[in-house]
Design a protein around this ligand. Structure first.
Ligand SMILES: [Fe+2]
Length: 211
């Protein structure tokens, strides 16, 4: 008997990106000191920067990370089935969470692919990233049985999926996939950089430059 998985949702995880973290950390601390207020978005506490756009990143210390993001995003989108396309990073922002800080359930509307790079991760308990199955499917599944009747941790059945942050790792995921970050319970800083990417057709190569 053959099993078919319908409409699987991918995410991509690179555990070792080789970013110069010392240099990036220096930049993050500089931005934070220049703009201690930051902005308030999905973050419940903590500090979040305003957006960096691509044309700014190519000329500042975010360049190396920006290039590594695009390299991985192309690999992911090739695998995802994209053809004859160009990717653009729409925006990137810095998140600093400390004890008690979290990020509420959200999606990254308006883009195709989103992701996060973990720059600094405390030894323990700094908050996982959790992906959620679409709510209506989740409810249907939850309505049947209890844990004794149903292995909710099996791939086909899980309703939530946790990813543990690791330093120098990067995640890429469909922008519409709901996710949240649980509260940190350590005093050490958890620093990540999140980003959104969109895709253009290469039909008009003279308008949209190729990769
Ligand atoms: Fe997010």
């Amino acid at each position: 008997m053959k099993t078919t998985l319908l409409f699987p949702t991918p995410y991509w995880h690179d555990q070792e990106c080789g970013v110069d973290r010392e240099k990036l950390l220096e930049f993050v601390n500089y931005v934070k000191s220049e703009d201690p207020q930051g902005r308030r978005a999905t973050n419940d506490g903590g500090w979040q920067s305003w957006d960096f756009i691509d044309s700014v990143m190519v000329d500042n210390p975010l360049r190396q990370l920006r290039d590594k993001i695009l390299e991985r995003a192309y690999r992911a989108c090739d695998e995802w089935g994209f053809q004859d396309y160009t990717l653009k990073i729409l925006n990137l922002w810095i998140n600093v969470n400390k004890r008690g800080n979290s990020n509420l359930l959200h999606t990254h509307a308006g883009s195709i692919l989103s992701g996060v790079y973990y720059l600094k991760v405390p030894e323990c308990c700094c908050g996982n990233l959790t992906f959620y199955q679409p709510f209506h499917e989740n409810c249907l599944k939850e309505s049947w049985g209890c844990d004794a009747n149903f292995n909710r941790y099996q791939d086909m059945n899980e309703t939530e999926h946790d990813v543990y942050p690791e330093e120098d790792s990067m995640l890429l995921f469909p922008a519409w996939l709901s996710h949240s970050v649980s509260a940190s319970s350590t005093d050490d800083e958890r620093i990540s950089l999140s980003f959104n990417i969109t895709a253009f057709s290469n039909q008009y190569n003279e308008i949209y430059p190729g990769r």
